[in-house]
Design a protein around this ligand. Structure first.
Ligand SMILES: [Zn+2]
Length: 288
């Protein structure tokens, strides 16, 4: 059956080609992600299709020097998560992603499925939680053994005036910020905090000046980066060994972030940062 220009069967192969051409360092297989309210049968069908596509992608990728990750689906059904994880890990990918979460289901359910799924994934390979990237999600995810995240949330929240701080999220549009002459976070070393006051940012948002979006995004991305620096200063994580950190720094300096990725525990250089991240996370979560 054909849908648009590419058959469903061919789509799995096309996504590999596209990612190769884009120069992706980590190629993701094609998967079917279903909404949380879908039936068991629909979720089972998606697991089946996801495995078929993963097999095709794996074969197509043979001989490539790029890494390739498989994606586990299964909706909100633990038995299907087990089935999908068993099938996907049988294909021996370089890492494994947990997909199909944070789509509107209750947070408690999200983490319950993460707990269920991660127990079936090998600890010797990176484990990637797709589409989640708030400070508190990263903290929670790393504490559970997640190594990799991706999310547009920090910059999307910023564009709506939500600014991350160690004391929780500030809504810069609130009138209470109209006269504050401090930076968003006096401890933050970002361009925004070093050059602008809370009152000025408040003014930019109220005036709908486009600069507001950029300044707020710079701060939120820096806030996320600083969580990594907490690892580095703990002595468990060699900054020089981290290509990831350099990528963050480059992205940040260019102010071009629309999406960011964090490598946490064992993703780069070992298995040791969980405890230091946990200390930080307790501080952050306690402040919410
Ligand atoms: Zn800042």
């Amino acid at each position: 059956m054909r849908t648009g220009l590419v058959s469903k069967e061919g789509a799995a192969l096309v996504v590999i080609d596209i990612q190769e051409k884009l120069g992706a360092d980590i190629i993701m297989t094609l998967d079917e992600c279903i909404a949380p309210g879908n039936s068991f049968n629909a979720a089972e069908e998606a697991v089946k299709r996801t495995f078929q596509w993963a097999e095709k992608c794996r074969r197509k990728h043979e001989g490539s020097k790029k890494l390739i990750f498989g994606i586990v689906q299964g909706g909100m059904f633990p038995v299907l998560r087990y089935k999908s994880a068993s099938e996907i890990t049988s294909l021996d990918f370089n890492g494994y992603a947990i997909g199909g979460l944070s789509l509107g289901e209750p947070k408690q359910m999200t983490w319950s499925i993460v707990d269920e799924t991660i127990s079936y994934l090998p600890e010797t390979k990176p484990r990637y939680l797709m589409g989640m990237g708030s400070p508190e999600d990263i903290v929670e995810g790393v504490s559970k053994g997640i190594d990799l995240f991706d999310s547009a949330l920090p910059t999307r929240v910023a564009r709506n005036g939500g600014l991350f701080t160690i004391y929780g999220r500030k809504n810069i549009r609130n009138a209470s910020y109209s006269m504050q002459s401090d930076p968003i976070d006096p401890e933050c070393d970002c361009y925004t905090c070093r050059n602008f006051t809370v009152a000025y940012l408040h003014h930019l948002f109220k005036s709908e000046e486009l600069l507001a979006f950029r300044l707020a995004s710079i701060h939120n991305v820096r806030f996320i980066i600083n969580t990594d620096i907490t690892f580095f200063s703990s002595g468990h994580f060699e900054q020089d060994a981290s290509g990831t950190n350099n990528t963050f720094a480059n992205m940040y300096n260019q102010g071009m972030n629309t999406q960011l990725t964090i490598l946490g525990e064992k993703g780069v250089n070992g298995f040791l940062f969980r405890n230091s991240f946990k200390s930080y996370s307790n501080l952050y979560l306690a402040s919410l």
